[in-house]
Design a binder for this molecule. Structure first.
Ligand code: HEM
Ligand code: HEM
Length: 193
């Protein structure tokens, strides 16, 4: 086991990893994003099976959590762009390219999805409300049916795309942890610090 650890450490250092983890803010924002995305998806694909009053409550919750998720995504991107908050990859060149592409794709889809969420609510002629604390009526009123339909379809497809890509991303992280025995998952976990 000691041999294995020494080998892992040597490998890690050779790959340019200096042993630093993602900082607490980055880790907190990552897991907040992951949890909120899963809740958002589960709400959206199940609310049709509930009585109408419950459906409406679930939709209201989806909007409020959507506002929270939007804030988390913005905070994550701003934090990431600030100097000193990126982490070097600890994998080989092509894996680095693949994993970075997946991360950027997730960020792009999350931003578009949040924008579509607001756009859809406003297109229905409703305000985007955050747990009743404040509400934004939006820059336009109720839109024509074809436009609403387009926004709705895009929001639905992107929801599935995000969830499928995030699932692949999570499986990759677990593969690193259980098969490759490196620190890719560990440095994104609060327990590791
Ligand atoms: C990654 C995050 C999100 C996911 C996975 C997601 C997923 C979904 C899903 C699956 C639906 C149901 C579509 C259908 O009716 O078939 C939905 C509807 C909706 N979502 Fe999202 N959503 C996300 C973020 C947001 C955000 C940030 C907002 C805005 C604040 C938002 C606003 C809406 C609205 C207004 C609806 C339509 C509700 C209705 O039918 O009245 N979503 N979403
Ligand atoms: C909906 C769920 C998820 C989303 C949207 C998501 C999104 C992201 C994004 C955008 C990054 C890039 C971070 C950065 O460098 O700025 C990232 C990193 C990471 N995620 Fe996730 N993630 C999700 C779920 C998960 C799950 C379930 C796991 C673990 C099983 C996980 C493990 C990781 C790890 C280990 C990293 C760091 C990768 C590296 O150091 O190269 N993620 N995630």
């Amino acid at each position: 086991m000691a041999d294995r650890d020494a080998f892992d450490t040597a490998n890690r250092i050779a790959a340019g990893d200096v042993g630093r983890n993602y900082d607490d803010v980055a880790v907190g924002l990552h897991w907040a994003t992951a949890i909120l995305v899963v809740i958002q998806f589960l709400l959206g694909v199940t609310w049709d099976y509930f009585p109408e009053a419950t459906t409406r409550e679930m939709q209201g919750l989806h909007i409020s959590l959507g506002v929270a998720l939007t804030a988390v995504i913005i905070a994550r991107i701003v934090w990431r762009l600030m100097p000193g908050h990126q982490r070097p990859a600890i994998v080989s060149a092509w894996v680095k390219l693949a994993s970075k592409s997946v991360h950027y794709l997730l960020y792009v889809l999350l931003v578009i999805q949040a924008g579509l969420g607001f756009a859809w609510r406003w297109a229905q002629g409703h305000a985007v409300s955050f747990f009743g604390l404040f509400a934004s009526p939006g820059p336009y009123g109720k839109l024509e049916r074809p436009t609403r339909h387009l926004i709705a379809e895009s929001h639905q497809y992107i929801a599935w795309a995000i969830v499928i890509i995030a699932l692949g991303h999570a499986l990759a992280a677990l593969y690193h942890h259980y098969k490759l025995h490196d620190r890719v998952l560990g440095r994104m976990l609060p327990a590791a610090r």
